[in-house]
Design a protein around this ligand. Structure first.
Ligand code: GCU
Length: 689
């Protein structure tokens, strides 16, 4: 199956050795349907490679026949496993994967791969049913069809060009997309948006005269249970339909969307739906016609409804031309101000897609208050694997701990629902559990041979899929799973049997707390945005301070932080329900890590930790840079092991050097800046100025 396009591509978490345990056995695949064929093909290929026997039967099996070591079968009668669930069992010395529907069988197959040798084929098999907690597990690509003069081929992409598009066209060799679909299914992702939310003219045409490109992509994703979605431009009726307006209440506009959508489904019957960024950062939207965002979203929802499609409507709406001298406007408030009043006004097939924080994928933000404000709306939560503000895939920054924290956050207090529950749809009256908007990730993948630029950044995409399947999963356990699959070693053939374990321990030590490390050496205490403008890499404390983007820290000689309290600030804190509104409003209750997000305080202000704000800044920045060194040392300490391909080692070496350099740059700029602003010396006299 290796095409020239694929020959040089890293297998990521589907390393051939991970297939060995299955491929050397007798494996029976039973059932009918396209996704069952996918499983059968996978089994056949693995068996051909590792000497096993693949047996195929169309009728369901009860398990335990044909001397099979493993039976993968659709059930004869429904066992309540749902569309994507599966069940593992041991029957007469064989392992059995049962699923009511083909997608469940596919996920069961990948579970067996994950378990590897002994656990999958012995009584150590973890028997029982598994179902995804979230029905929608989506990857959004910010890929441009044509190279954008400023943003390039992939907006905020740090892994080369697009795997779909090149120079304004669909790529000719799409074998890479098939390999990608397989990787996504293997971590549980079931939806993909194939173009940037900023829909420029070249991309807009995908909806109409370039639709065949989308069909070709859908054909590659379909065998892996993944539906394709398209970002569309709200003004398409003007630019593509030659109508005089895009007003969502105009009958001609509505008819244009209905007809256009019908044509989409005629070509791609399982098309997932539309993704829309409207009235945001220059994108057109319903405000131009005096309409609400519910009216805009509902128009598209109505066009999609007859075909079972959904519209993902983004809540990332704010004024990016604000007056930085005016302290009363607050970008953090914007999504809640715009959308909370619209709760209950959206159609059932409209999903409001909310960034996890109120600002923009910063290293540390509170959870967006919109998530708790719209109990009658289907909400999806959006996170960012592409590391725009978290080291741009030059720094190791394993983000699952951040996402896990977001998903576990309980906006109504300990007794209430969590963010994961909201994304699942558990809190909505009258709708089945699991029908929520789900979880969305901005993909970190490009045409780089390691997929993600930094090879270790693959872990973020993998972890996203696993958390969307089970938001309660432990990030550290997911990390170990990813490490085991990606760096499986040679098993019994390893010359140094302790080697793989040493390598895995080193990778774990490098990655497990790398988000915390990144936070330590960058923007302190939740303040965010101290990055260089435009590209967002490296430190620039005042880079955004006097700009119209709404991203300020308000540092002066007395203190720092944004007053978002109701009494004296922007009132953002009151957008949360109790208890969090009270916690965030109160200086003495606000968690240290979010202090500067909610309060403007003096440099001498004492944190709960007992440290002063400015000393905390110094200490964390010295510690963070040291931790970056330690990450590199862990890697160097396993340099003697011959377990990592030379090109991967080289790439990681080069990125770690850059991480260390950049962490020191951050440390020195941040510390010098706050020393000069505050005049408060470092208690340990480390600052060079
Ligand atoms: C950020 C990012 C943009 C992106 C936007 C979005 O602002 O810098 O490149 O378009 O988020 O999420 O729409």
């Amino acid at each position: 199956m290796t095409t020239p396009e694929l020959s040089n591509v890293h297998p990521a978490w589907l390393a051939p050795a991970a297939l060995r345990a299955l491929g050397s056995r007798r494996v029976l695949v039973c059932g009918e349907g396209p996704l069952v064929e996918t499983v059968a093909d996978e089994v056949e290929r693995a068996c051909a490679r590792f000497g096993g026997t693949a047996i195929r039967r169309l009728a369901p099996s009860a398990g335990g026949e044909a001397d099979a070591d493993l039976v993968l079968t659709l059930t004869a009668t429904d066992r309540g496993l749902g569309d994507e669930g599966f069940e593992l069992a041991r029957v007469g010395g064989a392992s059995v994967v049962r699923a009511d529907r083909p997608a469940g069988l596919l996920y069961g197959f990948f579970e067996i791969l994950r378990l590897g040798g002994a656990p999958a084929f012995t009584d150590a098999l973890p028997v029982g049913a598994q179902r995804p907690a979230l029905g929608r597990r989506m990857a959004d690509h910010w890929d441009n069809v044509a190279v954008h003069p400023v943003m390039g081929q992939v907006e905020r992409g740090y892994a080369g060009g697009s795997i779909f598009w090149r120079d304004g066209r669909l790529r000719e060799d799409l074998s890479r997309v098939g390999a990608y679909a397989r990787l996504l299914a293997a971590c549980g992702i079931n939806a993909v948006a194939v173009n940037n939310v900023n829909v420029h003219q070249a991309e807009a045409h995908l909806l109409t005269d370039r639709l065949d490109d989308v069909r070709k992509l859908a054909e590659l994703f379909r065998p892996y249970g993944i539906r394709v979605h398209l970002s569309v431009n709200f003004a398409a009726p003007l630019s593509l339909g030659a109508l005089p307006t895009a007003d969502p209440l105009d009958p001609a506009v509505r008819a244009w969307w209905a007809e256009t959508t019908e044509q989409v489904y005629a070509l791609i019957p399982d098309f997932g739906g539309y993704l829309v960024k409207a009235d945001s950062e220059g994108q057109p939207g319903p405000f131009a016609y005096g309409r609400t965002h519910a009216e805009g979203a509902n128009m598209l929802a109505d066009a999609l409804a007859p075909f079972g499609g959904v519209v993902h409507w983004r809540a990332f709406v704010y004024n990016h031309r604000q007056d930085w001298r005016d302290r009363s406007t607050d970008r953090a408030r914007a999504a809640h101000d715009h959308f909370a009043p619209l709760d209950g006004a959206f159609r059932d097939n409209a999903i409001l897609q909310v960034k996890h924080g109120p600002m923009d994928f910063q290293t540390r933000e509170p959870v967006s208050p919109v998530i708790a404000a719209m109990p009658r709306t289907r909400l999806a939560v959006e996170v960012q694997a592409t590391q725009e503000y978290t080291g741009q895939q030059r720094h190791v920054c394993y983000l699952a701990p951040q996402w896990s924290e977001v998903l576990g956050f309980r906006p109504w207090g300990e007794a209430g629902a969590s963010v994961a529950d909201v994304a699942r749809g558990q809190s909505r009256d009258g709708y089945p559990d699991g029908d929520g908007g789900g979880l969305v990730v901005v993909s970190n993948v490009g045409d780089d041979r390691f997929w993600t630029g930094h090879p270790l950044a693959q872990a973020n995409l993998y972890a996203f899929g696993r958390l969307a399947w089970n938001p309660a999963a432990e990030p550290a356990a997911i990390l170990d799973e990813w490490i085991g699959l990606t760096f499986p070693g040679d098993g019994e053939d390893d010359p140094d049997p302790a080697g793989p374990a040493r390598l895995r321990a080193a990778l774990h030590a490098m990655m497990d707390e790398s988000w915390q490390t990144y936070e330590n050496y960058t923007a302190p205490l939740g303040v965010g945005f101290m990055v260089r403008p435009n590209h967002h890499y490296g430190p620039d404390v005042d880079g955004y301070e006097y700009t119209p983007w709404g991203t300020y820290h308000f540092a002066d000689r007395e203190g720092i932080g944004v007053d978002r309290t109701s009494a004296t600030g922007t009132g953002f804190a009151s957008q949360y329900p109790k208890p969090w509104s009270e916690v965030y409003e109160a200086l003495d209750q606000c968690p240290d890590e979010l202090l500067l997000f909610f309060h403007h305080v003096s440099y001498g202000h004492r944190l709960h930790s007992g440290e002063s704000v400015v000393q905390h800044i110094y200490d964390t920045h010295f510690a963070g840079a040291e931790q970056a060194h330690a990450i590199r040392e862990h890697w160097h300490a396993v340099a003697d092991l011959d377990l990592v391909p030379a090109d991967l080692r080289e790439r990681v070496d080069e990125r770690l050097d850059e991480q260390v350099r950049c962490a020191e740059e951050w440390r020195d700029q941040i510390n010098a800046y706050f020393y000069r602003k505050s005049g408060v010396p470092d208690a340990h006299r480390r600052i060079i100025h």
